[in-house]
Design a protein around this ligand. Structure first.
Ligand SMILES: [Zn+2]
Length: 322
């Protein structure tokens, strides 16, 4: 199977009550970990590249590694997606350079400017057989070059979604219902603490999601910033010399619930970073004499694979859905 768009994936996911995971890729071990898990579990998967990933690893290297993953896992559909494209030129460059899906994130602009830029990208993308994700509403948090201060985020206004999708022709829509980028999604003041002293974030706004679904029946919804920041990995980082106080994410049961509704794509990045870092820290402490990068990148890659397998089975519900 060659690289595919997300069109068919989303249709099946919508009808089947599950979501497809979109995982950010930055290097070979991450690409391998994700696609080995998806391949073994026969799950569709979206590999996404941010502007920062392109700056770090180079467009050509990323595309060629993804092509290798497609060749190694012919049994599953794989899409290659631009995460948070912020200009027409960046989207065009990815469309021309082999991506099958792009996101144009003009969510920080006015409603009219967001529509104009999204429409421009949609026209070019559709002419080239590529699909487009757009965004309405803004998420808090930090993700590569996207940074929104806590308090400046805004939930998606459901009364705007029909007009936006109608006028832009976008293929999927990222909405803001309380998810957030990064591993520090909420300040302590926004949360309560459980009996163990762990922060508990405010619940996702399912009322906003339901209202969007009602206005866009059959249309794929996307959730960004949907890592859960599992506390066992935060603990592991802190135990082996790290310092990540009060890192928290979105509870997995809430994401599972969203995946059963119209949410067809769930973005997960921080949990992969966290799992890799925790395992590399542990390895360094336990093997201070080792210096071959393969020795510590091997458990790091395995940690990516285990994390993605866990997400596919327990959060997304996309296993055996090809
Ligand atoms: Zn995002």
């Amino acid at each position: 199977m060659a690289l595919v768009t997300t069109k068919e994936m989303f249709k099946k996911a919508y009808d089947g009550g599950y979501a497809v995971g979109a995982f950010n890729v930055n290097n070979m071990e991450i690409v391998q970990g994700i696609t080995e898990a998806a391949g073994e579990l026969e799950s569709p998967v979206i590999l996404q590249v941010s502007k920062g990933a392109r700056a770090y690893a180079n467009h050509t290297y990323l595309v060629k590694m993804v092509e290798a993953a497609v060749q190694e896992n012919p049994q599953i559909p794989i899409a290659l997606h631009l995460d948070h494209g912020d200009t027409f030129e960046l989207c065009k460059s990815c469309i021309d350079g082999g991506f099958t899906s792009v996101m144009i994130d003009a969510s920080s602009k006015s409603f009219e400017d967001n529509i104009a830029l999204t429409k421009q990208v949609v026209e070019y993308a559709h002419d080239h057989g590529v699909v487009v994700e757009a965004e309405l509403g803004t998420l808090a948090g930090i993700e590569d070059e996207v940074q929104v201060e806590a308090g400046k985020e805004a939930y998606t206004r459901p009364e705007e979604v029909e007009e936006f999708v109608d006028r832009t022709g976008c293929d999927s829509l990222a909405i803001a219902i309380g998810t957030s980028h990064g591993a520090y999604k909420f300040t302590a003041a926004q949360c309560t603490r459980n009996a163990d002293g762990i922060l508990v974030p405010p619940p996702l706004r399912f009322d906003v999601l339901e209202e969007c679904i009602k206005r866009l029946p059959g249309f794929p919804i996307v959730l960004h910033g949907s890592s859960s920041v599992p506390q066992e990995f935060v603990k592991m980082v802190n135990e082996y010399g790290g310092n990540m106080p009060d890192a928290i994410g979105i509870p997995e049961d809430q994401l599972r619930q969203a995946a059963k509704l119209a949410v067809c794509k769930i973005n997960i990045d921080s949990d992969i970073r966290l799992a890799m870092t925790a395992n590399i820290r542990k390895y360094f402490v336990e093997h201070p004499d080792h210096f071959d990068p393969r020795q510590y990148l091997k458990p790091a890659r395995q940690a990516v694979k285990d994390m993605v397998a866990h997400k596919i089975v327990n959060v997304l519900g996309s296993d055996h859905k090809i």
